[in-house]
Design a protein around this ligand. Structure first.
Ligand code: ADP
Ligand code: TRP
Length: 321
């Protein structure tokens, strides 16, 4: 059973990324056979500065390792170090109906916002399908926003298999219900592109200020809050605090008597404590850049061995051998 996921280096990692994709990926390491990568080719549709891409790619590598990605247990690499994925994108693109890509939410959302689309943005789900199919992946841990891309990947794999004979494993999305959509400070999905994020790493003072500035309603502390489970701070607290602590805080908010200031303080302290071990590990990694380079280099070699075998199989099936 092979697990694979990727993260695009297009901004700073937030707790939505962590709970939606990174933590399930890290936990899957206990069962072995895990493939995780930094999707730097994908970042080309948003970032057009070479130095920024380099820094961001490295930064995400460090952060992911700090959060518990273990290169002894997982293959960890940079997408562009295995360029076979681009060849597979072409093979898959040639069996992908235009209509499938035209229905993609991410494409429709971006064009609706007035972003003038390029071919890369349109073809993005095909590259993502190639990322997954190139490694005979069974399971892909992601947040809810990626569900459609996984369905497209399955459609593309099935279409190729029907056209050229059984070639690709058809993968499944792994989406945990309780963290499928981590809400951001404005109640929408937490996302780099909405500026509503709580970062995993960052300056303590600035992050505390961010949490303390979360907008709540104007009810007084004494008022009971029968809708306490829908309170944003409670929802986030459930992610970072032990279940009994979160339940107790929710009960106090519901009964009345717990002010929003104290609630936000409690959220910040739990969040800050939750990521303390990762922060310590990150400081060590930042002090040893050679280590991160070595991990990514060795990971790329291992990933490439699998990729070469699968691309050879696809070429043979399509008569490109
Ligand atoms: P963003 O929306 O911030 O740009 P990405 O698209 O880079 O995040 O997402 C990387 C991974 O994190 C994906 O698997 C995605 O589904 C997951 N993810 C992102 N935001 C959330 C969220 N708010 N809740 C749950 N998972 C999320
Ligand atoms: N598209 C994903 C995102 O924006 C990142 C990604 C690229 C990915 N390739 C992937 C995720 C393959 C899982 C599997 O979040």
């Amino acid at each position: 059973m092979r697990t694979l996921t990727g993260i695009t280096p297009s901004g700073t990692l937030h707790i939505g990324n962590y709970f939606g994709a990174m933590r399930p990926a890290i936990e899957a390491q206990a069962g072995g056979d895990c493939y995780y990568f930094i999707a730097d080719y994908h970042s080309m549709t948003t970032i057009t500065d070479a130095a920024e891409r380099r820094d961001m790619t490295r930064g995400i590598a460090v952060d992911w390792l700090a959060c518990g990605l273990d290169p002894e247990k997982s293959v960890f690499w940079r997408q562009s170090d295995v360029p076979e994925v681009c060849e597979l994108t072409w093979l898959l693109g040639s069996v992908t109906p235009m209509g499938l890509l035209e229905r993609a939410h991410s494409y429709k959302d971006k064009t609706a916002k007035g972003i003038s689309p390029n071919f890369g943005l349109f073809a993005y789900p095909v590259l993502m399908a190639a990322d997954i199919l190139l490694y005979d992946t069974n399971a892909v841990p992601v947040g809810q926003d990626q569900r459609q891309h996984l369905e497209m990947t399955r459609d593309i794999a099935i279409k190729f298999n029907q056209t050229y004979g059984q070639t690709f494993v058809v993968p499944e999305a792994v989406i945990r219900r309780e963290v499928a959509v981590v809400p951001g400070f404005d109640g929408q999905k937490m996302s780099k592109s909405y500026g509503n994020t709580l970062e995993i790493f960052g300056d303590e003072k600035a992050l505390r200020k961010k949490v303390m500035s979360i907008v709540m309603d104007s009810r007084t502390p004494a008022e009971p809050k029968p809708d306490a489970e829908r309170n944003l701070c409670i929802q986030l607290l459930k992610l970072v605090a032990p279940a009994d602590v979160a339940a107790d805080t929710e009960a106090r908010l519901r009964a009345g008597g717990l002010g929003y200031g104290d609630l936000k303080k409690a959220l910040f302290e739990r969040y800050w404590g939750y990521f303390a071990p990762a922060r310590a590990r990150r400081a060590e990694l930042l002090a040893d850049p050679g280590y991160v380079d070595r991990v990514l280099r060795e990971g790329a070699e291992r990933a490439r061995r699998v990729a070469r075998a699968v691309i050879a199989r696809a070429r043979r099936a399509a008569g490109l051998d």
